[in-house]
Design a protein around this ligand. Structure first.
Ligand code: GLU
Length: 452
């Protein structure tokens, strides 16, 4: 029987090896650290998980594809971007995870996202493996025609790697309904197949699921509410700071408002808006979803209750709840100190890995309820899996049915993380609970399926 500290030493060696074998991928190292530093209790307690090679296989993607994406801009100039698809783990089902189009995308970023996705997808309890993809293409300031030509070129390579039973991409930062439409069209043209289940996040009327756009934000608010319930509180009357102004942020604000909280901020890379009356969602949706504009336009048009703070971070606004919904490492140690000083009760991650490891430790030490993204933001991919189920049955569920399923999945993820943390001696630690519960499900499937 190996002890916890012997197991931790083995995991630490593996982490050093991961850093050597995957140079210049700091985000992937961070994601691997964050998981591996919580697994010692479960590996020490269950000898089958100490099998040589199990964790080593888990941290190595099954397949990584990198490809050239040439396209012509509106002036006729040829541009060249890089495309990625990392198929990380398919023990539980077809690879599943979004595509990110953002200039910061590189292999390390896609691997961190793909690694997170394995555990997140396992936590949903549905049959989906983990993968992620994207490109360093920047859609900002590009015309619809340019975005279409880029998506068509991207799919002209990607199509050969995906399929409803193989790998099912969806959206992430920079990839929404418009991009999924162009990608689906090109896939259909090349393959001559109406294969609805090859992509999720599709439009209503051609295979999309109701509530998919809302699912990540709604799910995160339900997770935050479940954490508060554990402490005998609810969302009613709580002030919330939300970062970002994309799909996740918008529907986080919508659900917070519906459940009686006051969501007072949103942001983009230029700064943030604080609106003491609560964010006006019709105005925000008009600016972000229709005009594809910036958040300063919100403050200009909203009137006296709102102001735009250029270059600032939403975490300086006093609040009971914080829901980071923009991007990785957007909430650091200093931000955590500010939040704690202002009496924050819960932080729940709508984005993937938005809180730095130092900030997570500070928040947990201060007794703040902390919901890690792989649990708290799993509602998006969960409804993607429900979209796949509807596509497979050639049917469409009502919004009420999808929302009920989403709520029950989020409740079950919360209970699983909560109970697993308690079982392994870390009560209230949702990070440990999520990592161990996700790991158990994937590891059991990998062990049953042999060394592949
Ligand atoms: N990009 C989302 C995530 O980070 C959704 C993925 C999906 O729907 O496949 O989970």
């Amino acid at each position: 029987m190996t002890t916890r500290s012997e197991t931790q030493t083995t995991l630490d060696h593996l982490l050093t090896e991961i850093e050597h074998r995957n140079p210049a991928q700091p985000e992937f190292h961070q994601a691997a650290h964050e998981v591996l530093e919580t697994l010692a209790p479960v590996i020490a307690a269950r000898p089958e998980y100490a099998e040589p090679g199990l964790v080593e296989r888990l941290v190595e993607p099954e397949r990584q594809v990198i490809f050239r994406v040439p396209w012509q801009d509106d002036q006729g100039r040829v541009r060249v971007n890089r495309g990625f698809r990392v198929e990380f783990n398919s023990a539980l089902g077809p690879y599943k995870g979004g595509l990110r189009f953002h200039p910061s995308v590189n292999l390390g970023v896609i691997k961190f996202l793909g690694f997170e996705q394995i555990f997140k997808n396992a936590l949903t309890g549905l049959g989906i493996g983990g993968g992620k993809g994207g490109s360093d293409f920047d859609p900002h300031g590009r015309s619809d025609a340019e975005v279409m030509r880029f998506c068509q070129s991207f799919m002209t390579e990607l199509y050969r790697h995906i399929g409803e039973h193989t790998d099912v991409p969806a959206g992430d930062i920079g990839v929404g309904g418009r991009e999924i439409g162009y990608l689906f069209g090109q896939y259909r043209r090349i393959t001559n197949r109406w294969e609805a289940g090859v992509l999720t996040g599709k439009g209503q009327g051609w295979g999309g699921s109701l509530i998919r756009p809302e699912a990540t934000g709604y799910g995160n608010v339900l997770f935050a509410a479940a954490m508060l319930r554990e402490r005998g509180e609810d969302l009613e009357g709580q002030t919330a700071v939300v970062s970002g102004s994309g799909n996740v942020a918008i529907y986080t604000i919508e659900k917070l408002t519906a459940l009686g909280a006051n969501a007072v901020t949103c942001s983009d890379s230029s700064g943030y808006v604080v609106d003491e009356k609560g964010i006006d969602l019709d105005l925000l949706k008009q600016i972000k979803e229709v005009e594809r504009g910036r958040v300063d336009a919100y403050a200009e048009r909203r009137g006296a209750s709102a102001r735009f703070v250029p270059g600032g971070r939403v975490w300086e606004v006093p609040a009971d709840l914080a829901l980071p919904s923009a991007t990785q490492n957007e909430l650091d140690e200093k931000d955590a100190e500010t939040l704690i000083r202002n009496g924050v009760k819960a932080v729940s991650e709508g984005a993937n890995m938005p809180t730095t490891p130092e900030a997570v430790h500070l928040l947990q030490k201060a007794g703040v309820a902390f919901g890690p993204g792989k649990a708290a933001n799993a509602g998006g991919v969960a409804v993607s899996a429900l979209e796949m189920a509807q596509n497979h049955a050639r049917t469409a569920w009502s919004a009420e049915r999808v929302e009920e399923e989403l709520a029950s999945i989020m409740t079950s993820i919360h209970t699983t993380c909560h109970d697993t943390a308690e079982r392994y001696g870390a009560p209230g630690d949702y990070v440990t609970g999520a990592n161990i519960a996700g790991f158990e499900r994937v590891a059991d499937a990998m062990l049953a399926q042999g060394v592949i």
